[in-house]
Design a protein around this ligand. Structure first.
Ligand SMILES: [Zn+2]
Length: 220
């Protein structure tokens, strides 16, 4: 069980009734009106940290996670770069939106919720890596999606892998900001197809975090 401390200091201008809970891992604070939901989020952040540490990746800087009831652009979660702040749709709101997602709609909400937290925490971790260009959005999303999919149960991952055409051959060039923008599901499938062919995924993730592997390029 996780001991949750109710902090008297609010991280942000909070929604009505929301409180700040400090997770036992001392890395994450959760902003929500529900102690039960705070507990759930803390547990999911522990799982995410364990996945990072199992590959000898560093911890992200301390960050805040706010459970919200709506997000713009039909997002399930959002990392605010430079602010160490994550917004994630609360499970009830995520259920309503999940069925509109083409890639993740077969994954039950509780497990999708955990995976979105992992995805956003991966963004927080990559935010510590310097980018040689204006932005490194493709690299950041590659890192976040491959972390997210790596944390799925096999039966959930299978619902996504089923959408990869076995005849399709992925190239490193097909992981880029343009495809991310125009066809985000295609980007995720390309990233996973590429990542699953790697011999040493942990060292690849470390290479990304060290800034040695970058999918982005100079925009013309
Ligand atoms: Zn993302």
């Amino acid at each position: 069980m996780h001991r949750i401390i109710v902090s008297t200091v609010s991280l942000w201008a909070s929604a009505l009734g929301a409180e700040t809970f400090v997770c036992d891992n001392n890395i994450v604070k959760v902003e929500t009106a529900s102690p039960d939901l705070a507990q759930t989020v803390c547990t999911h952040t522990d799982t995410a940290l364990a996945q990072f540490r199992s590959c000898n990746l560093p911890d992200p800087f301390p960050l805040g996670i706010e459970a919200v009831n709506s997000l713009e652009n039909n997002c399930l979660g959002l990392f605010h770069c430079g602010e160490n702040r994550i917004e994630v749709l609360a499970p009830d709101a995520m259920t309503a939106l999940r069925l509109k997602q083409s890639l993740f709609n077969a994954i039950p909400t509780d497990r999708l919720f955990a995976s979105v937290i992992l995805h956003e925490m991966a963004h927080a971790l990559y935010d510590q890596t310097p980018c040689p260009f204006d932005d490194c959005v493709a690299t950041s999303e590659y890192f976040a999606y491959t972390q997210q999919l790596s944390g799925l149960l096999p039966q959930d991952l299978a619902t996504i892998e089923n959408q990869i055409d076995p005849e399709h051959e992925v190239s490193r060039d097909s992981i880029n900001a343009m495809i991310l923008l125009m066809a985000p599901d295609r980007f995720t499938l390309n990233a996973w197809e590429h990542f699953s062919q790697l011999e040493d995924s942990c060292s690849y993730w470390r290479g990304i975090l060290h800034g040695q592997i970058v999918f982005d390029r100079v925009h013309p």
